[in-house]
Design a protein around this ligand. Structure first.
Ligand SMILES: Nc1nc2c(c(=O)[nH]1)N[C@H]1C(S)=C(S)[C@@H](COP(=O)(O)O)O[C@H]1N2
Ligand SMILES: [Mo]
Length: 419
């Protein structure tokens, strides 16, 4: 097993410009040798509408704790939903993992690593990690959510990763503004977009390398960042060590991991992952009828509001005649959470939940609701939860559908029995 990447991370003094060094933990040896996943006890049964519903739990991946194994190579690891009840931030070792191609470096040599900034710029750059760490740092809480999060719940069923709701996570990201990096390179007049590529590669040479791009104005908005720290630690290798793009409020397909190449384009990006893949219907709620064809499409973009119950799962028993302890998390999407409402009459009336601490526009927000009285013993209680964001975008009651299985955000239901 070869030695693996270590990164000398500056400590909290980075803002003062000092680079007193503290070596954080190196990456586990043989990091990505993905053999037969070590089984961790019983399988987990996901609440999907069709089989297969069972998934193995795995603890076989470097820097990762117990995760739901969706696929081994390239790894797709889902966060068990109970993790979202434990805190508003998702621990790095429980944070979901998704890669498109199986050729992922087993380690990254932090000293040799370079980030290229090139294309339609005045001064092409080759930045070391030290160079990046010496730029002014910013911190932001943001949810990283796969476009296909919850795809396994769609009916009719849609091909692709059959995720339950755990292809998402919230972290505090520290890094540098993409704008500052672009300014150092000097974006030339006539530029329209910026394309991002990472160190991973397709298994066969003629398959399309995973790359994503943003319009130039978006790339320069001062919020899009290049992160080197996640929840106070260096990024786990599987989450993009040493650098990844953070695109607050947008689906994580844009959050390119192991970011090594930034290319300023003077024409729109016509490559596969923008032009062909990750496109949504250009219709209200990006929704079409199953089987419908001939609709216009656009690249997937902003996230939409969502909310979930945590703590209690469908079928749970609550105390008869007492107030049911409802709680959960919400996400505003590309705007903050304005309100979370609960209904216990099928959506006819709604009452406001109490919101927890505001960790920022793009973070999860906790909510609690104690106004739902359970019926007499043996009776059923059905609760619905709905998030409204600061743009007054509200979750739809009827679940939209699209052929990619993207952007699921219909209102969630919790069925309880009083005992
Ligand atoms: N380099 C690279 N970055 C990538 C991907 C990839 O395949 N390669 N997948 C994207 C997609 S679709 C998702 S959902 C997120 C997953 O981020 P995570 O593994 O840190 O949870 O990474 C994004 N960034
Ligand atoms: Mo994704």
């Amino acid at each position: 097993m070869e030695d693996t990447g270590r990164i000398d991370m500056p400590d909290a003094d980075i803002a003062t410009g000092t680079t007193r060094r503290r070596v954080l933990q190196g990456l586990g040896a043989g990091a990505l040798t993905l053999g037969a996943g070590r089984a961790l006890g019983a399988d987990v049964r996901l609440p999907l509408p069709s089989d297969p519903r069972d998934r193995p739990m795995t603890g076989a991946f470097p820097q990762k704790g117990s995760m739901i194994l969706q696929r081994t190579r390239p790894p797709l690891l889902e966060t068990p939903f109970e993790v979202f009840d434990q805190g508003v931030f998702t621990p790095n070792d429980r944070f979901f993992v998704r890669w498109h191609w199986a050729v992922i470096p087993e380690s990254v040599d932090a000293a040799a690593f370079r980030l290229a900034v090139r294309g339609n710029v005045e001064r092409p750059l080759s930045l070391s990690l030290e160079d990046v760490l010496n730029l002014p740092s910013v911190e932001l809480a943001a949810v990283n959510q796969c476009s296909g999060n919850s795809r396994g719940l769609f009916e009719p069923r849609i091909a692709g990763g059959q995720w339950d709701n755990g292809a998402m996570g919230n972290a505090k990201w520290v890094g540098v503004r993409l704008k500052d990096v672009l300014d150092r390179a000097g974006v030339k007049a006539g530029s329209v977009a910026v394309r991002f590529n990472g160190l991973d590669e397709p298994v066969v040479p003629d398959a399309p390398d995973f790359m994503k791009s943003l319009d130039l104005d978006h790339a320069r908005d001062g919020e899009v960042m290049i992160a080197y720290r996640m929840n106070g630690e260096q990024l786990p290798l599987l989450n993009g060590f040493p650098l990844r793009l953070i695109v607050p409020g947008w689906y994580s397909t844009y959050w390119v991991k192991m970011l090594s190449d930034i290319e300023v384009l003077d024409k729109p990006d016509e490559s596969f992952w923008m032009k062909t893949a990750y496109r949504i219907p250009d219709t209200p709620h990006a929704s079409v009828r199953p089987g419908e064809t001939g609709f216009p499409t656009v690249p997937i973009n902003r996230m939409v509001p969502r909310s979930w119950f945590t703590g209690l799962a469908n079928g749970a028993k609550v105390k008869a005649g007492a107030s049911a302890p409802l709680r959960g998390i919400a996400l505003g999407g590309d705007r903050g959470v304005k309100a979370v409402d609960v209904s216990t009459d099928g959506g006819a009336t709604w009452a406001a939940a109490k919101l927890g601490a505001d960790e920022g526009t793009y973070s999860f927000r906790r909510w609690t609701f104690d106004g739902a009285a359970a019926p007499a013993a043996g009776g059923k209680l059905e609760a619905l939860v709905r998030c409204t964001n600061a743009d007054d975008v509200v979750q739809p009651i009827l679940q939209p559908w699209n052929p990619g299985g993207f952007m699921r955000n219909g209102v969630e239901t919790l069925d309880l029995t009083a005992a």
